[in-house]
Design a protein around this ligand. Structure first.
Ligand code: SF4
Length: 363
C-alpha cells in the first residue's frame, strides 16, 4: 500500500540545502525530518515536504492470544484477542523483548497487507472479543490503529492498546477516544533509568497514566518489567507504588514481570521469583489491591483475589483460568461477599474459553 498521510506534524524552515523539513509532533522526540528521511521510529517519513506513515495497512503478523497475555487480568478474562503489530518503535530500549519487530527496517517488503475491514472480519470469524495493538508501540502507527479501532467499534469489538505511553498530549487525547483498554508499561521510576536504558524520559509516561486513569473511561492496567541491577531498588519500587496510589488508584492492577536477557542486555541476569515476590509485597503494602507477577509460573501471583473478603475470584495457572467466581447483573461482583469488582467483565458470569493458546492467522 502507498504511504498514508500522517497526522500531528508541522512544516519547518528548509534546511541549509533548501530541502523542506517537517517536525513530527506525535511523541516527545519531536523529530525534525528532512525531505526523503525518516524519524527515529523509522516508520514516519518526510515525502515531498509532507509527513507520511509508511506502515498504514501493513502488519508484521496477526495472532490470536489470550487477553491475559497483554497482560490484562480484569478485562474480559479468558477471552481471545486478535493481536497485531507493525514495525519500528519510538523508544530505544536496550532490553527490548520484541526487537525483531521494533528494530525492523524491512517492513516495507515483509509485512502482510491488512486493511482495517479485513482485520475486523478476521477477528469476528475467529470469535475474538477484542483487537490488540501490540508487539511494537501503536503510538507510532496511531493513524492505522485508530482506523482499525473505528471499524472494530462499529462491529461491536473492543480495542486494546499495549504501549509505553510515550506520547504527546493532543494525539493522546484522540488516540484514546477509540480505545477500550490499555496496558501501559511503567518501565521504572527514575528519569535516569528512562534516559539511559530507553532513550526517553519518565514524565510523559506518568502524564499518560494520569490522563488515562483520571480523565477517560479506558480500562487501564500497568506493567513494570523488573531488571536486576537497574530498576529493582526496593526504595524506588516503594516510591513508585506510593505515587501510583496517590496519582492513579489502588484499583488499577499492576503487573510485575520477569526480565529475560535479550537484545543489548544479554549479560544481565533474569529476574528471580524472589525479587518479583518482594516487589509484589511492596506494592500490596503501599495499598495497591490487585498486584500480579508475570513471565514466571506463580499461581498465587497470577490469581485474582477479592480485596474485600480475600477469596479467590479468578484462579489462574499461567494463562489458563482454573476458577471463576464473579456474579451479578454485570458479572462484576464477588460470588462470596458481593463486593463490586473493578474491570470489564462478561455479564454472563462466565469467562472466555480461549485458554493459553497462541495461534498465528492470516489477515
Ligand atoms: S513518532 Fe517517530 S517520527 Fe514522530 S517524533 Fe516520535 S520517533 Fe519521531
Amino acid at each position: 500500500m502507498d504511504s498514508h498521510p500522517a497526522r500531528w506534524w508541522r512544516t519547518l524552515e528548509a534546511d541549509d540545502l533548501g530541502r523542506p523539513r517537517v517536525e513530527c509532533q506525535l511523541c516527545p522526540r519531536f523529530c525534525h525530518i528532512p525531505e526523503g528521511q525518516r524519524g527515529f521510529c523509522f516508520v514516519r517519513a518526510n515525502e515531498g515536504g509532507r509527513l507520511v506513515l509508511t506502515t498504514w495497512g501493513r502488519s508484521s503478523g496477526l495472532c490470536i492470544d489470550p487477553i491475559e497475555k497483554k497482560p490484562l487480568n480484569h478485562f474480559l478474562p479468558g477471552s481471545a484477542v486478535l493481536s497485531l503489530g507493525t514495525a519500528g518503535c519510538n523508544l530505544g530500549c536496550k532490553f527490548c523483548q520484541n526487537h525483531e519487530i521494533s528494530k525492523s527496517r524491512a517492513v516495507d517488503t515483509i509485512a502482510q497487507q491488512a486493511s482495517p475491514d479485513q482485520i475486523v472480519q478476521r477477528a469476528i470469524q475467529t470469535n475474538c472479543k477484542s483487537l490488540a495493538y501490540t508487539y511494537n508501540d501503536p503510538v507510532i502507527w496511531a493513524e492505522y490503529a485508530i482506523d482499525i479501532a473505528k471499524a472494530a467499534r462499529e462491529a461491536g469489538l473492543k480495542s486494546v492498546a499495549v504501549t509505553a505511553g510515550y506520547m504527546c498530549d493532543e494525539p493522546r487525547r484522540e488516540f484514546y477516544q477509540h480505545m477500550d483498554a490499555a496496558n501501559v508499561d511503567l518501565k521504572g521510576f527514575s528519569d535516569k533509568f528512562y534516559r539511559s536504558l530507553t532513550q526517553t524520559s519518565l514524565a510523559p509516561v506518568l502524564e499518560t497514566l494520569e490522563y488515562l486513569v483520571n480523565n477517560t473511561r479506558v480500562w487501564v492496567e500497568v506493567t513494570n518489567l523488573i531488571i536486576p541491577g537497574h530498576n529493582d531498588d526496593p526504595d524506588e519500587i516503594a516510591r513508585m507504588c506510593d505515587w501510583y496510589v496517590e496519582h492513579l488508584s489502588p484499583d488499577v492492577p499492576l503487573h510485575f514481570t520477569a526480565f529475560h536477557p535479550d537484545f543489548r542486555m544479554m549479560d544481565t541476569p533474569g529476574t528471580s521469583h524472589g525479587l518479583l515476590r518482594l516487589a509484589r509485597s511492596l506494592a500490596q503494602r503501599a495499598g495497591i489491591r490487585y498486584v500480579y507477577t508475570g513471565n514466571i509460573r506463580d499461581e498465587a501471583g497470577q490469581s485474582t483475589c477479592c480485596s474485600t473478603c480475600g477469596d479467590i475470584v479468578i484462579g489462574r495457572d499461567g494463562y489458563r483460568i482454573t476458577s471463576y467466581r464473579l456474579t451479578g447483573e454485570l458479572g462484576n461482583r464477588c460470588a462470596s461477599c458481593g463486593a463490586q469488582f473493578p474491570g470489564v467483565f462478561d455479564s454472563s458470569g462466565q469467562p472466555g474459553d480461549w485458554g493459553p493458546r497462541r495461534l498465528p492467522v492470516l489477515a
